[in-house]
Design a protein around this ligand. Structure first.
Ligand SMILES: Cc1ncc(COP(=O)(O)O)c(C=O)c1O
Length: 414
C-alpha cells in the first residue's frame, strides 16, 4: 500500500495557501506545517473556551475536558499512562526543568552519559546540572566521519555508578535512527535511567513507548503537525522519585511536579487534534485497532513514502563532488534502522547560507547553520560558523517538490 499523498496534502491548509503556492518546503526539521485539525482546534478553543479551565461553568468545564482529552489521546497513542504525559512550552524548557530535578537527585560519584550527537537542548542543561551536583559527565562521542553513535562504545561507558544515559532517537543533522530499544536495554541492565530526545524522529514515526522502554521521551509538537508545545513522557516511578519542581502544595500532583509553569491552556487543548488527523489518515487507508496500532500503521506508510523520496535526493547529492553528505550513506531502504529524511550536507567551496539564499530565489525553503547541534557539526570537522546546508522533509512532501529541489541543487552546486 502507498500513502495517498493528495489526501494527506488536502489536510494541510499550507498547501492551498496562495502566498505559499509554488514554494517547496524543506525546513521541516525546524518546524512542520500544521494539519487543519490542529488549526481548527486552536480556533475553537479561542472562540468558545478562552476562560479559566477546570472551573464551575460550562465553558470552563469544556476547556478542561479538551485539555484532558489531549493527555488521554497522546497517552493511548504513545502507549503510556495518562499521568506520564507532560506538556511544557518547548523541549528545551522540558529538558531544563528535568535537568534541575536530576541535579537535585545526583551526588558525587554518580555518572551521567551524554553524547555529542544531540541538539544542545538535550544535553546543555543536563551537562551543567551534572557538574553542579558534583557528579561525573561521561562523553559518548560520535564517529567523526559518519556522525553515528556506536552502541558498543556505550557498553564501555556504563558502570554501576551510571544514573542517567541520554541520546537522540535521531539527530537533527544526520537523520539516522538510533536503536532506542537496544540502547535502553543496555542502560537498564546497568541500572541507569534513559532519556531520549525524539524531536527529530517523532515527525516521521510516532513512537510506541511500550516497546522502546525509555524512562523519559521528549519531542516537540510544533514539528509534529501540531501546536507549539513540548511533549515529555516521564515514567511515573521516575517522576515520583525526582524532587518536585513545582509549587510545594502541588507535590502530590504528578502532572505538576515537572512542569512548574502554568500550562498554555489553548495549546494543550489543541495538542490532541493531530491524533484526529492520524486517525483519519488511518481510516482512509483501511487501518483498524487501538490508537497506537493505527499510529504504527500510519507511521509505516509515512516512512516508506519518505524513503522513496529520499533515494533520488541522496543519489543526486552523492553525484556532486563539491558536497559531503553527512550521516549514513547507504540507500534509505537498506539496513534495519530507519533514516529520517533530514539531510545535511557540508559544502566544500560555498557558504551554506549563500546557497540557502540562492535556493530561496528559486522558491525553495531550506536551512543553513549548525542548528544548535554545534558539538556534532564540530565533531564532523565542519566549521560551525558556516555549518551545513539542511534539506529536511516529511510525509506530506511530494515527489514533484523533491524534483524541484534536486534540479535547483544541480544548477547551484554542480
Ligand atoms: C533534535 C532536537 N532536540 C531538541 C530541540 C529543541 O526543541 P524546542 O525548540 O521544542 O525547544 C530541537 C529543535 O530544533 C531539535 O531539533
Amino acid at each position: 500500500m502507498t500513502l495517498n499523498i493528495d489526501f494527506v496534502r488536502s489536510r494541510f491548509p499550507a498547501f492551498t495557501e496562495p502566498s505559499l503556492a509554488g514554494w517547496g518546503f524543506f525546513e521541516n526539521a525546524g518546524g512542520s506545517y500544521s494539519c487543519r485539525h490542529t488549526i481548527a482546534a486552536l480556533d475553537r478553543y479561542y472562540r468558545e473556551n478562552k476562560v479559566q479551565p477546570y472551573g464551575f461553568y460550562p465553558a470552563s468545564q469544556k476547556a478542561g475536558e479538551a485539555m484532558d482529552r489531549s493527555h488521554e489521546r497522546w497517552a493511548a497513542t504513545l502507549g503510556v499512562a495518562v499521568s506520564e504525559v507532560h506538556f511544557g512550552p518547548s523541549t528545551s524548557m522540558n529538558t531544563y526543568v528535568l535537568a534541575k530535578a536530576i541535579s537535585d537527585s545526583l551526588g558525587p560519584g554518580d555518572e551521567v552519559v551524554v553524547t555529542n550527537q544531540d541538539h544542545e537542548a538535550n544535553t546543555g542543561a543536563l551537562r551543567r546540572a551534572t557538574k553542579a551536583a558534583g557528579a561525573r559527565l561521561v562523553e559518548w562521542a560520535v564517529d567523526p566521519e559518519s556522525g553515528r553513535l556506536d552502541p558498543e562504545q556505550l557498553g564501555g561507558k556504563l558502570t554501576a555508578r551510571t544514573k542517567f544515559v541520554t541520546f537522540p532517537h535521531a539527530s537533527n543533522i544526520i537523520g539516522d535512527e538510533n536503536d532506542v530499544q537496544q540502547l535502553s536495554a543496555m542502560a537498564h541492565e546497568a541500572g541507569a535511567r534513559v532519556i531520549v530526545d525524539g524531536v527529530s524522529f517523532a515527525p516521521h514515526s510516532i513512537p510506541n513507548l511500550a516497546v522502546l522502554s525509555a524512562d523519559v521521551y521528549l519531542f516537540s509538537l510544533y514539528k509534529t503537525y501540531s501546536v507549539h508545545q513540548g511533549l515529555m513522557v516521564v515514567r511515573d516511578d521516575l517522576a515520583d522519585e525526582l524532587p518536585n519542581q513545582g509549587h510545594y502544595f502541588n507535590a502530590g500532583l504528578r502532572n505538576k511536579r515537572l512542569t512548574p509553569a502554568g500550562p498554555d491552556h489553548a495549546q494543550v487543548a489543541a495538542a490532541g487534534a493531530v491524533i484526529d488527523y492520524i486517525t483519519e489518515l488511518g481510516e482512509h487507508h483501511g487501518f483498524t485497532g487501538s490508537l497506537s496500532d493505527v499510529a504504527a500503521s500510519v507511521s509505516a506508510l509515512w516512512r516508506s513514502h519518505e524513503s522513496a523520496l529520499l533515494e533520488p535526493l541522496m543519489a543526486a547529492l552523492r553525484a556532486m563532488p563539491s558536497v559531503r553528505v553527512l550521516g549514513s550513506d547507504r540507500p534509505a531502504s537498506q539496513g534495519d534502522m530507519y533514516r529520517c529524511p533530514t539531510v545535511a550536507v557540508a559544502l566544500r567551496d560555498r557558504d551554506p547560507a549563500d546557497v540557502a539564499r540562492a535556493l530561496a530565489s528559486r522558491q525553495l525553503m531550506v536551512g543553513a547553520g549548525h542548528f544548535y547541534a554545534k558539538r556534532l557539526v564540530e565533531a564532523l570537522g565542519i566549521d560551525a560558523a558556516r555549518g551545513v546546508l539542511r534539506l529536511s522533509f516529511v510525509h506530506y512532501t511530494s515527489l514533484a517538490e523533491v524534483e524541484q529541489l534536486i534540479s535547483a541543487l544541480q544548477e547551484e552546486l554542480s
